[in-house]
Design a protein around this ligand. Structure first.
Ligand code: AMP
Ligand code: MN
Ligand code: MN
Ligand code: MN
Length: 283
């Protein structure tokens, strides 16, 4: 059934969102979401709260996370859905992936200090609901608040992307590890927002092929990061690689996100929705 208001990608204060898991559940429910997942970056500390809040609202829930992966010199995000949150294998994997964030953030602050932006590590930390998950988004909020830039997109463009003063390359999990952690814990692995990576067709083919070989089963087709044309392109990729399709806003904040929870177009009718693979894992 493709006509289901599923929103299987968003972030809370447990990673780089600005709302609590409870506030997100309420917002999803108010927006008509029928199946929801909270997918914080490299962290599942918000899962119990999200599931409990969803249950209280009568909102169906799937466990979720979004794992940072290094692939072919780029950072790729792999969403995991419907896994067992108590399984130590995923917990250990996510902990190892998070490990380098503190040092990376220190190096980002050093890079920004060289162009006259001081105190950004401490500044970013004040925005991080979870200090273990200090991310570029928290630096971006600090630079907006201190009037270096007008919005977070400008911060990323001028300071936080490759070649810019606050950018520090980082080694995240491998694709194989991320997919294995999710699968070992009974979940389904999903390539997040594929249009965002700027891959050449050859790199993209390699990503999809290796993802399939590792046991990955789905790709985000409808996401807040895709244009209407990109959604069509990745619907074709789902057909070509025989992958199920996912739908998720990637909502982070009422002030920053263009796509609100539960507001994306439906998935194309001929694709297999990812929730069909996860019927037994829905809470
Ligand atoms: P990190 O995991 O620390 O590298 O931070 C990545 C996060 O930064 C993503 O999950 C997005 O929330 C955010 N982000 C990445 N690129 C942009 C951009 N161009 N504009 C706004 N936010 C971005
Ligand atoms: Mn994010
Ligand atoms: Mn992402
Ligand atoms: Mn995301």
């Amino acid at each position: 059934m493709n006509i289901l208001n599923a929103d299987l990608h968003c972030h809370s204060v447990v990673s780089d969102g600005t709302l609590t898991p409870e506030a997100l559940a309420a917002r999803a429910h108010a927006n008509g979401v029928e199946l929801w997942s909270l997918t914080d970056h490299d962290e599942i500390g918000g899962q119990q709260r999200a599931a409990a809040a969803a249950k209280a609202l009568g909102l169906a829930y799937l466990s979720g996370t979004e794992i940072s992966v290094s692939f072919a010199g780029h950072t790729v995000h792999i969403v995991g859905l419907g896994f067992d949150i108590d399984d130590p294998r995923l917990l250990a994997g996510l902990k190892s992936t998070r490990g380098g964030r503190h040092e990376r953030a220190k190096n980002m602050a050093a890079g920004l200090a060289k162009v006259g932006i001081h105190g950004s590590f401490e500044g970013a930390l004040t925005y991080a609901g979870n200090p273990d998950l200090i991310s570029r988004t928290h630096f971006a909020r600090f630079l907006v608040e201190t009037d270096f830039c007008k919005d977070t997109h400008e911060v990323f463009r001028r300071f936080l992307t490759e070649g810019k003063p606050g950018y520090v390359p980082h080694r995240w999990a491998s694709l194989g590890d991320a997919v294995s952690w999710i699968r070992e814990c009974k979940g389904v692995a999903v390539i997040a927002h594929p249009a965002r990576y700027g891959f050449t067709p050859t790199e993209e083919f390699a990503l999809f092929t290796e993802f399939k070989n590792h046991g990955g089963q789905a790709v985000e087709v409808m996401t807040g990061s895709h244009s209407a044309l990109e959604a069509l392109e990745y619907a074709d990729m789902a057909r070509e690689f025989d992958l199920a399709a996912s739908r998720g806003s990637d909502f982070h904040s009422p002030d920053e996100s263009h796509t609100d929870l539960g507001t994306l177009p439906w998935l194309p009718g001929d694709l297999t929705p990812v929730w069909e693979l996860l019927a037994e894992r829905i809470q």
